[in-house]
Design a protein around this ligand. Structure first.
Ligand SMILES: [Zn+2]
Length: 139
């Protein structure tokens, strides 16, 4: 259940409370018990919805913390140059870049030359993306 579902559950419970207020308790005992049972169900549903919302918020907090770590890591350790991201060595891009495709998935794998292919193109050792024969080494 999402937050809208939880809010709808609370709204339903509040509607039942209003109906309870309108019941003449001495004359309508059966109706009163029925409305209390409905109220209990509505509140239980709303509680379950809020438990789901709380879990979702915890998951988002974890994801935000992970993304903050990644942004900090990138700012402190990487340099962007010519569409690639390189290790930062004394403020300058160094050596071969990280594979952009793998980095998008949060994995930092540097390109390497494929010695088994004629011309030795630069490829990602993980996803095998081919980045061609030149223009990837940091200047
Ligand atoms: Zn890759």
């Amino acid at each position: 259940m999402d937050i809208a579902g939880a809010i709808a559950g609370v709204t339903a419970a509040l509607g039942l409370v209003k109906e309870l207020r309108d019941i003449n308790a001495q004359l309508d005992q059966a109706e009163l018990k029925l409305k209390i049972a409905d109220l209990t169900t509505a509140l239980s549903d709303a509680k379950l919805g809020l438990v789901d919302v709380a879990q979702s918020l915890r998951d988002k907090d974890t994801e935000i913390a992970d993304l903050k770590k990644l942004v900090k890591y990138r700012a402190e350790n990487l340099i962007d140059q010519q569409g690639f991201r390189y290790p930062n060595k004394d403020g300058k891009a160094d050596g071969l870049p990280y594979c952009p495709a793998c980095e998008a998935k949060g994995i930092f794998i540097r390109l390497a030359q494929d010695r088994n292919t004629p011309g030795h193109p630069f490829k990602c050792p993980s996803c095998r993306a081919d980045y061609g024969y030149n223009g990837v080494v940091a200047r």
